[in-house]
Write a protein that binds this ligand. Structure first.
Ligand code: FES
Length: 371
């Protein structure tokens, strides 16, 4: 070993053996220290992926599993799991003396990051030339093998047809035809653990939420989201999608990266009973935080009312209402009119963060011009 050794006491053997894996800081260096079968290992605490705290993960054999997205590194050598050995985190010499665990923080191996091809969604967001593009998202849950009439889908159909007659391209995404996982709360581990593209999308190629991300972030100029009302709220599939869209909003929070620019959103809300303003209000609030803009009167809606339990009648009203159909068509037109103006003007501006989500108003060193 070249150079002076610098052994630092990081805790008692008993304590580290009992923990199995433990994050410690030794002379300012964050380490993941482990003990298995009496043998000590010490590697950097920072994961190669996006810096997850390895010492807060778990041991799987001789591998430390990162608590954020489950990348694995050998607890003694720092090498990535078999097949990814070139992805290594720094490893440190470690030893036991008089029941204490010592780590030489002066002699670490080099960190090396094997190139990981970026996910296709991570590409630069550039609007491809061509006609305006409207994505319609159905959040209705139903048995597609035995379909029933859905008022919100019905009106979405009118909106999309109108968009086509106005010369726009359209794409319909029915969430209940997609196989996609629930958001697993990466954000709840750390804002930085919630990544763009979504951590699940990057890890699970079978997850079909990618189609929604592709449409909203890269393809569409405008989107219309249609939902039924379920006990005064939007449908469960709407919320399943919204939770997975957290990564789009979180890119603004952690990287000041606004993925949705100059895009328009509108909504269709149809229910048997009321609460339209609350459902629409929540959708508007969320889509605003994603970065969408809204046309004048950004939603159309219908409900039958509190004192009726005759949903057969409601089906009839929605299916036969020329007024509602026209309302949906005009919503599509309003969305496309605004989208068309935004595409031409492309008003990409710097958006000040003061008062916006996750913006600290406490003075920082940076705001005082210090390094
Ligand atoms: S797997 Fe470690 S930060 Fe993602």
């Amino acid at each position: 070993m070249e150079g002076r050794e610098d052994w630092v006491d990081v805790g008692s053997l008993d304590e580290i053996r009992a923990a199995g894996l433990k994050p410690v800081t030794a002379r300012g260096t964050a380490l993941a220290v482990s003990c298995r079968g009496g043998a000590i290992g010490a590697v950097s605490n920072a994961c190669n992926h996006v810096g997850g705290p390895l010492g807060e993960g778990r041991l799987e054999g001789d591998y430390v599993v990162c608590p954020w997205h489950q990348w694995k590194f050998h607890r003694v050598t720092g090498a990535g799991e078999p097949g990814f050995e070139d992805d290594r985190v720094p490893a440190f010499p470690a030893k036991i003396a008089d029941g204490r665990v010592l780590v030489d923080v002066a002699h670490l191996t080099k960190r090396s990051k094997a190139p990981h091809p970026p996910h296709p969604l991570a590409r630069e967001i550039v609007r491809a030339p061509g006609p305006l593009r409207l994505a319609g998202i159905s959040t209705t849950a139903m048995d597609r093998a035995n379909p029933r009439f859905s008022g919100s889908d019905h009106l979405l159909g009118h909106a999309l047809k109108e968009a086509e007659s106005l010369g726009a391209q359209t794409r319909t995404i029915a969430l209940d035809e997609l196989k996609f996982r629930n958001c697993e709360g990466f954000y709840s581990k750390s804002a930085r653990a919630c990544t763009w593209p979504c951590s699940i999308t990057q890890m699970d190629s079978a997850d079909e939420m990618e189609r929604v991300y592709e449409a909203l972030v890269h393809w569409a100029d405008a989107v219309i989201v249609a939902t039924p009302i379920r006990w005064g709220a939007a449908s469960s599939l709407y919320f399943k999608m919204a939770e997975r869209l957290n990564c789009v909003q979180n890119a603004v929070t952690i990287k000041d990266r606004v993925l949705i620019r100059n895009k328009v959103a509108g909504f269709i809300v149809v229910g048997g009973q009321d609460n339209i303003q609350s459902v629409a209000g929540q959708m508007l609030g969320f889509f605003a935080e994603l970065g969408f803009l809204f046309p004048q009167f950004p939603y159309v809606a219908h409900s039958r009312g509190w004192s009726h339990e005759d949903m057969e009648r409601n089906v009839e009203i929605v299916r036969d209402s020329e007024e509602l159909a026209e309302g949906a068509r005009m919503l599509a037109k309003r969305c496309l009119d605004l989208a068309g103006r935004l595409v031409v003007a492309d008003p990409a501006t710097v958006i000040e963060r003061g008062g916006r989500k996750a913006h600290s108003v406490m003075p920082t060193a940076k705001s005082y011009g210090a390094d």
